[in-house]
Design a protein around this ligand. Structure first.
Ligand SMILES: [Zn+2]
Length: 53
């Protein structure tokens, strides 16, 4: 796959971050902006790696 879209805001990006941000949530890919938004004061936040095109 050559492109990924942010699970939260739907943009495509060359660099995506694999995270969990909800209790019992699945791994999703998000852009950097959404990463910063959801990780703030989030006890469920987990980081699972970076994906680059
Ligand atoms: Zn996003």
């Amino acid at each position: 796959m050559r492109q990924k879209f942010c699970a939260l805001c739907d943009i495509d990006s060359n660099t995506m971050y694999r995270i969990i941000y909800r209790h019992s949530g699945d791994w999703i890919f998000v852009c950097k902006q959404c990463l910063l938004n959801v990780k703030n004061n989030n006890p469920h936040y987990k980081y699972g790696g970076t994906w680059k095109r």
